[in-house]
Ligand binder design. Structure first.
Ligand code: CA2
Length: 147
């Protein structure tokens, strides 16, 4: 079964435990369950991961090149800072859908710029955990069209 890597960046392990007004009450395990259900609908296995470390996220993207059909990426705050993550996405040549729980364009100005967006297939933001399922739907449609 083809697999999708769902990769989560810094602080997303805290989901559901802090700042519920901004990030809601769902935990990262809840998000994993949504992704697995969406993956099942499209016939994809889900490899769901989180790291607080930029290098570990880059390593996971490099590994994905050989193992995964596509990537759903919430790079957290590295979205706004990391040229290295952007370069890794360009290098692996896999379709990557960028996801954010919040509408980054409705928040502070420093969150408006994404280094990921120009090299992503597309971006979904502002729909909370459901955005991950939408991203898997989008990857499913893209990969079905590509084969
Ligand atoms: O909206 C998103 O998904 C973000 O990627 C979340 C990042 C933020 O830096 C981006 O600008 C937008 C922050 C993730 C931190 O998650 C927390 C969850 C609960 C409590 C504290 C932080």
């Amino acid at each position: 079964m083809p697999e999708i890597l769902v990769l989560n960046g810094p602080n997303l392990n805290l989901l559901g435990t802090r700042e519920p007004a901004t990030y809601g009450r769902a935990t990262l395990e809840d998000v994993r369950a949504l992704c697995e259900a969406a993956g099942e609908r499209h016939g994809f296995g889900i490899d769901f991961r989180q790291s607080n470390h930029e290098g570990a996220l880059i390593d996971a993207l490099h590994e994905a090149r050989a193992r995964h059909a596509g990537v759903v990426l919430n790079a957290g705050a590295y979205t706004h800072t990391s040229v290295a993550l952007r370069d890794a996405i360009s290098a692996i040549g896999l379709p990557v859908v960028e996801v954010h729980l919040t509408n980054i364009h409705a928040r502070e100005a420093f969150r408006h710029r994404s280094h990921i967006a120009p090299v992503a297939l597309g971006m979904i933001c502002g729909f909370g955990p459901q955005g991950y399922a939408l991203a898997i739907d989008a990857l499913g449609a893209h990969l079905a069209g590509a084969s």
